[in-house]
Ligand binder design. Sequence first.
Ligand code: AR6
Length: 171
Amino acid sequence: MDKRLEITQGDITQLEVEAVVNAANSSLLGGGGVDGAIHRAAGPELLEFNKTLKGCKTGEAKLSPGFNLKAKNIISTVGPIWRGGNNNEDGLLANCYKNSLLLAEKHHLSSIAFPSISTGVYGFPFERAAKIALKTTLSFLAQNSSLQKVILITYSGDDYNSLVQLSKQEI
Ligand code: AR6
């Protein structure tokens, strides 16, 4: 596997990277899960800044400063809500990864960390989502050179084990 891709387990708010990706909702004004954790760690300025962004469509991505986070920037993306799998959920989830990576490139950011978008409240099956995350990030890295590190971070140990297994098939 590409050495620039790292798989790890833990709390994304603690990572020192140039951008952490937030699994947000289309308002970009906060919520539960990883979104709540990022807003708490970044501080109230994130909410004030995000009000100026006027929301975000599913599959798209928008940039904010990191404020009190260790990460310099926050890339908010909106994952698809799982509705059975035949409503372009796969394509929309791939767009979240692709558009976040493109935004990082555009701003010359060298490192980016992704949580497992859509697999919490939004109900996307973890393994199906993880395959899309791996495939999309690896094909992006194969075509672009300025990103030096892409981290896929899982919160639970089970998700971590499953992602590591899947990454061994995705070479
Ligand atoms: N660090 C890393 N991963 C985390 C953390 C953390 N601190 N906290 C949770 N996760 P979710 P979604 C994992 O529900 O499914 C919000 O209310 C979690 O275990 O945060 O895209 C938004 O405002 C799971 O694997 O995001 C939206 O309304 C993954 O992050 C909605 O939830 C994603 O779970 C978005 O739902």
